[in-house]
Ligand binder design. Sequence first.
Ligand code: ZN
Length: 82
Amino acid sequence: MRIYDRKNTAELTAIVCNKCGRRIPVIKGVPQEDALHVEKSWGYFSRKDGERHSFDICEECYDKWMAGFEEPALTEENVELI
Ligand SMILES: [Zn+2]
C-alpha cells in the first residue's frame, strides 16, 4: 500500500507491506528498501471483472511467498548498460 503526502498528493511518503504491515519509509522520493508493487486490472474471464487491485509486498514477505510456489519465479540477471 502506498502512502502519499496529504498536501502534495503526488509525493510518496511510505510503502506499507500489505502482508505484514511493516512500513518502509520513503525519503525524498526514494524508498529505503525495495519492495514488490503489483497492479492488476481483472478481466472478463475472472470473477473480478472490472476490478483493479494493487498491493505492495516487502522483500521478506516476497521471499516467503516465493518459497511456496510450486514452480519458481523466472529469475534473470539485470544487465546495466554503461
Ligand atoms: Zn512484509
